[in-house]
Design a protein around this ligand. Structure first.
Ligand code: ATP
Ligand code: MG
Length: 548
């Protein structure tokens, strides 16, 4: 389902760069990529990056690749690869046939590295990790050349070959780029290109025991794929000179031809009331503060999906928050507003009693039932109507009755007339043994010519007790009680102990047939989604209940 944008796309600095590059003829099409590391599940921050990377080529012509950044052998797992593919598809994006893996390029990267060695632009360093750290310098002091920096090309070739063949232990040597140990940019002080790691890789198995670093693999992979605009987060701004250095050297060696890929940095998404760090998300799952990766309270795409969030809502959100170069913290309520807007368009209306109390209509015959037709969406008559039986015994919300009404209360209290939504007007006669009692006006049925003579202020929803579908409904609240979890102490101390309330509810019978992931508006309560376990999860309330 394609979400129609609420307003035309706003210009931003990334669109401007793309437009300038296209106008100048630098690139003929826009090729972006989304590069998750398969060591965790995707979260709401990734959704921003996914929408941006996939929508730019849709807008300007081109394509987006999905590339798994699997350069790190020990932390990555197939389970994450599968979950990431599913989440990106769920958001509504396609990348096929451009599913790539950094590990697919290991052989080519190795050749590139050999070329750099041959050209005197890379060398094998045999200092210990501590020695390397000590000679690296600081932000204010230059680094010092490694005693191995002057090794001959032949010796470097020999050692690098041995590293690959497994002749050396982890940590014995590294391959470094020969750039400048005195550069004011620490990233250019002879950065490491390869480390020895005798470790099994989820795709290449035991073929390799040297693994490329992120900086070395990332830009070269972009160029291999013909990526034009390589969008990343701000932490990589200082890595851009290195990104360009590597690609230019490999191009000079004859492996790439211009135009080379261009790195663009933007601010990462930070959201109030959630955590978006993989480490913290993993901790929440492993320490069982939540039921799993797809717990509806988790800010993961799997969690959002089970919560009832929509792909269209995420797209609207990504467009609305835009992209910027400045650090940004976005209010969680903006995401919720985007979900509400989308759900208002796509969720049929239903009646659901979440805190049920019985209402008995004493003058309505026990063996009778009216079949009422209720509109599925008030603004969309084309969505049609559904049947809802009306009978003598109904479930209503406990809060829709007050023995002694407070000021301004228009719902059920002894002597007051109220309309049962889409049904009859009833007069409340009181409460006995925990059951609310009333009588009904037979000529007040909604939609009949005589209905209009009843002017009532209260209009409440109901469900026939005999026909109701009983279900567990989970009312979710924010997972953290503070806007910035962990700002003052361990983030776990900010967990909201009341982030989930389960209620046994009585729903209109048509909801019994709802399929998993079907979404509804429960009138007066909010948007809900059917869970795979048969219950319903509240996605979001109708209004922002957090606004004071
Ligand atoms: P780490 O590198 O610590 O494992 P990560 O959050 O960078 O975590 P990746 O899987 O590497 O996770 O991220 C994939 C892509 O998503 C990257 O291009 C990254 O820039 C982008 N991304 C990650 N987090 C955010 C965020 N909060 N906002 C926007 N983009 C993000
Ligand atoms: Mg990363």
């Amino acid at each position: 389902m394609v979400n129609k944008p609420a307003f035309p796309p706003a210009s931003n600095f990334i669109r401007q760069i793309v437009e300038t590059d296209l106008a100048a003829g630098k690139y003929r099409e826009v090729v972006t990529r989304f590069t998750p590391e398969p060591n965790g599940h995707l979260h709401f921050g990734h959704a921003k990056s996914i929408c941006l990377n996939f929508l730019l080529p849709q807008e300007y012509g081109g394509r987006c690749h999905l590339r798994f950044d699997d350069t790190n052998p020990t932390k990555e797992e197939q389970e994450y690869v599968d979950a990431i593919r599913e989440a990106v598809h769920w958001l509504g994006f396609q990348w096929e046939p451009h599913e790539h893996y950094a590990s697919d390029y290991f052989e080519r990267l190795y050749q590139f590295a050999q070329a750099l060695i041959e050209r005197g632009q890379a060398y094998v360093d045999s200092q210990s990790a501590d020695e390397m750290r000590a000679s690296r310098g600081t932000l204010t002091e230059p680094g010092r050349d490694s005693p191995y920096r002057a090794r001959s090309v032949t010796e470097n070739q020999q050692l690098f070959g041995e590293m690959r063949e497994g002749k050396h232990a982890d940590g014995a040597h590294v391959l470094r780029a020969k750039i400048d140990m005195r550069s004011p940019n620490i990233n250019l002080r002879d950065p490491v290109m390869y480390r020895i790691r005798h470790a099994h890789h989820h795709r290449t198995g035991d073929k390799w025991c040297i693994y490329p670093t992120y900086d070395w693999a990332h830009g070269t992979s972009d160029c291999i794929e013909g990526v034009t605009h390589s969008i990343c987060t701000l932490e990589f701004e200082d890595h851009r000179p290195l990104y360009d250095w590597f690609n230019q050297r490999v191009a000079e060696a004859g492996f790439f031809s211009p135009p080379l890929s261009r790195q663009i940095e933007m601010a990462r998404l930070n959201l109030t009331y959630v955590v978006l760090s993989k480490r913290r998300l993993i901790q929440l799952v492993e320490e069982k503060h939540v039921s799993g990766w797809d717990d509806p309270r988790m800010p993961t795409l799997a969690g959002g999906r089970r919560r009832g969030y929509t792909p269209g809502g995420f797209r609207t959100f990504a467009e609305r928050i835009g992209v910027s170069k400045a650090h940004q913290v976005i209010e969680f309520s903006i995401l919720e507003d985007c979900m509400r807007e989308d759900l208002n368009e796509l969720a049929p209306r239903r009646m659901a009693v979440l805190d049920p109390v019985k209402l008995v209509i004493d003058n309505y015959p026990a063996d009778r039932e009216d079949m009422l037709q209720l509109p599925n969406h008030p603004q969309k008559p084309e969505w049609g109507k559904r049947d809802a039986p009306f009978a003598r015994e109904l479930w209503i919300e406990r809060e829709d009755f007050q023995e002694t009404p407070e000021k301004g209360y228009f719902r059920l209290y002894p002597g007051n007339d109220v309309r049962l939504r889409f049904g009859y007007v009833v007069k409340c006669t009181g409460m006995k043994d925990g059951v609310v009692r009333a009588t009904y006006y037979p000529d007040s049925r909604s939609g009949t010519p005589t209905a209009d003579k009843y002017k009532v202020k209260g209009n409440i929803h109901w469900v026939s007790a005999r026909h109701a579908h009983a279900a567990d409904v989970r009312l979710y609240d924010r997972l953290f009680t503070v806007a910035e979890p962990g700002a003052e102490h361990d983030f776990l101390a900010d967990i909201n102990p009341r982030s989930m309330t389960a209620v046994r509810s009585q729903l209109e019978p048509s909801l019994g047939a709802a399929k998993a992931e079907e979404r509804f508006q429960f009138e007066r309560h909010g948007y809900f989604v059917r869970d795979r376990d048969g219950g319903f999860n509240r996605t979001v309330t109708l209004r922002d209940s957090w606004k004071k």
